[in-house]
Design a binder for this molecule. Structure first.
Ligand SMILES: [Zn+2]
Length: 384
């Protein structure tokens, strides 16, 4: 059982961690704002840990992507904290394999899993971008003195195939329930909004295809804890799971759609968007519990990388696809994991496809619930 006071405790622990454990590099300047997100492993109020944390507001445009796997395409805090969480999991897997003990992860009959009493909790300083952010606001119309309904607007555009925004006045401006790409200026992006990505994690787990080579069960989010921000319970539930009601087929024995608890706390993140903070911070901080030092990512690479060095290994953040993939490959071989595949296992894509049950469920979900989810260009995943 987790209670509202647990969630308040988690939110203040996250803010405190950001303020005291993370260094200044990568944090917003006076006029800038950012988003903060973290993943917490929880036993009880005395016993929990912040496994990963990230800030970030940016993502790359489609024209900026490449097929090397070295760039972080999506640097919203929620997405980076998940990637840093994967890094934390790989570190724990290796520690257990080397004879160490993990407080939150077990190793049983050749596979890893969360300990029975361990819950995964996600903290976000603000309502995730996209559908969850389309919420009614009530304003007094000064002359008529009656409430006029309007909504908080988002710059997140509906993806092709989904119902499109009507852009009518007030409540009619946006449609709800559509998959959307990330809001923001700059080159058009293919990255989906955080509402959509979190919704996907509620259906198929946080761990992704490749981590499923190590775990016997997917890792689902038990609760999403939000900082103080514009929020509407109904809209958040709609965006993160209710919009797929009636569209989820039987996923089988391993995967089970989870409806996380969504709880808004009164804890304020002082670097969030507000009157005096109007510019989105371009840098993103990436931290996980076993990292040596926080990393700062700008435009998909480590901060401070010169143009000449942009393809060199030291310019990569540890949570880009290529770095996570090479860790996975190294551990698959160190742990002597057997992966069955019809294809030759070499590329990132081939290791993803070899996660057979995960791919089966993902295909099922794309038949109806997520049918307009943009297909990743396989060429972008052809690196090895
Ligand atoms: Zn976002």
């Amino acid at each position: 059982m987790t209670t509202p006071s647990d969630f308040e405790k988690i939110a203040s622990a996250c803010i405190q961690h950001y303020e005291s454990a993370l260094k200044k590099k990568g944090k917003p300047h006076e006029k800038e704002w950012t988003l903060l997100s973290a993943i917490i492993l929880w036993h009880n109020e005395e016993n929990f840990t912040i496994a990963s944390m990230a800030t970030g507001t940016k993502c790359l445009g489609e024209v900026e992507l490449n097929d090397k796997g070295n760039l972080i395409h999506d640097s919203h805090a929620e997405v980076l904290s998940r990637r840093a969480f994967l890094r934390y999991l790989y570190d724990e897997i290796e520690r257990i394999n080397d004879g160490g003990i993990s407080k939150y992860i077990d190793f049983k009959s050749g596979k890893f899993r969360l300990k029975d009493n361990t819950k995964v909790i996600m903290f976000c300083s603000r309502t995730p971008c996209g559908d969850a952010s389309i919420i009614p606001k009530q304003e007094e119309e000064p002359e008529a003195k009656r409430p006029k309904l309007d909504i908080h607007r988002t710059g997140a555009k509906c993806v092709p195939g989904e119902p499109m925004d009507e852009r009518a006045s007030g409540m009619g401006y946006h449609v709800t329930c559509s998959l959307r790409t990330k809001p923001g200026r700059g080159h058009p992006t293919r990255s989906l909004s955080c509402s959509d990505k979190i919704a996907k994690w509620c259906l198929i787990g946080l761990q992704g295809a490749i981590m499923m080579h190590f775990f016997d069960l997917p890792l689902y989010i038990h609760a999403i804890v939000l900082g103080n921000c514009p929020f509407n319970q109904e809209c958040a539930e709609r965006a993160l799971f209710k919009r797929f009601d009636g569209k989820i087929p039987n996923l089988g024995k391993v995967y089970n759609k989870i409806e996380p608890i969504i709880y808004k706390t009164n804890t304020q993140f002082n670097h969030q968007q507000m009157n005096n903070r109007t510019v989105a911070c371009g840098a993103a901080i990436i931290w996980w519990k076993s990292c040596k030092d926080q990393q700062v990512c700008v435009n998909g690479l480590k901060q401070g990388v010169s143009k000449k060095a942009k393809d060199s290994p030291k310019s990569r953040c540890s949570v880009c696809k290529l770095e996570l993939f090479s860790t996975a490959q190294r551990l698959i071989s160190k742990l002597k994991l057997k992966i069955e595949s019809n294809e030759i296992l070499k590329t990132y894509e081939s290791y993803k496809q070899a996660s057979v049950e995960y791919q089966r469920v993902w295909t099922l979900l794309r038949e109806d619930a997520l049918k307009n989810w943009p297909r990743t260009d396989r060429k972008l995943n052809s690196f090895s």
